[in-house]
Design a protein around this ligand. Structure first.
Ligand code: NAP
Length: 248
């Protein structure tokens, strides 16, 4: 697998799964734009780790929930690099709460970041990818988007929405050589899951046939495949990376 010469944008690339995706795509030769919103130090660390290993990367701050920031950022990325070959819509948040107590803001914040963010970033690269007659859009959804979860109605709705979004984008752009796929992680060790109690973690593990939580790079490996030439005939699909927790 080689991604030499490719330009990749990874939203939420500063930490966790996004960082692993940035590192893996860069290790395969892509120039990676590491997006973040609030944590420049983490983004710098990701960029540095890539450069230290001989790769090429830069950071870009924009909030995926804010159309004007995305427009400006992608204008600059396209001006600087001339193209975007790979877009990974990875930025995501949780604002958990039981439905009866869930505030409208909790719903809106999660839907705006996790789902609208993917729409806005995909829209921002569509014209360029259609003109290039090539491109890879990879959306990071979740096992929760398939299985649901008490206390995560907002998150599950956003992640399930991403799956339908991915299929529609795949159908719209297939004839232009652009593919759109998703990757659905199960439980992966990152900042997002680090505060789970040991009791909850043990319960989750008991539901995973492989018996362990996943690593961020397990997800990055699936993304790298979808970004590669080997996946040229794969579109509208979802790869589940969950240790067997959910079998589709
Ligand atoms: N961890 C899991 O078990 C798991 C399972 C299934 C799916 N996922 C999905 O995988 C993705 C990554 O999760 P993670 O566990 O790596 O999360 P994480 O460690 O909490 O990192 C989240 C990343 O998203 C960025 N981000 C958050 N809001 C943003 C916004 N409005 N605009 C731009 N960037 C934003 C953060 O940037 P800053 O550093 O600037 O804050 C950070 O880089 C998410 O979509 C998540 O839903 C995770």
């Amino acid at each position: 697998m080689s991604l030499t010469g490719k330009i990749a944008v990874v939203t939420g690339g500063s930490r966790g799964i996004g960082r692993a995706i940035c590192q893996r795509l860069a290790a395969l030769g892509a120039t990676v734009i590491v997006n973040y919103v609030s944590n420049p130090a983490a983004a710098d660390e990701t960029v540095k780790s890539i450069k230290d290993n001989g790769g090429s990367a830069d950071s870009s701050r924009f909030n995926v929930a804010v159309a004007a920031e995305i427009e400006e950022a992608f204008k600059k990325i396209l001006a600087d690099h001339g193209r975007v070959d790979i877009l990974v819509n990875n930025a995501g948040i949780t604002r958990d709460g039981l439905l009866m107590k869930m505030k409208e803001e909790q719903w809106d914040e999660v839907l705006d970041t996790n789902l609208k963010g993917a729409f806005l970033c995909t829209k921002a690269v569509t014209r360029a990818m259609m003109k290039q007659r090539s491109g890879r859009i990879i959306n990071i959804t979740s096992v929760i988007g398939y299985a649901g979860n008490a206390g995560q109605a907002n998150y599950a709705a956003a992640k399930a929405g991403m799956v339908g979004f991915t299929k529609s984008v795949a159908k719209e752009l297939a004839s232009r050589g652009v593919t759109a796929n998703s990757v659905a992680p199960g439980y992966i060790v990152t900042d997002m899951t680090k505060d789970l109690s040991s009791e909850i973690t043990e319960t989750i593990k008991s539901e995973i046939p492989m018996g362990v939580l996943g690593e961020a790079d397990d997800v990055a490996q699936a993304v790298a495949f979808l970004a590669s030439d080997g996946a040229r005939y794969v579109t509208g699909q979802c790869i589940h990376v969950n240790g067997g927790m959910l079998m589709e």
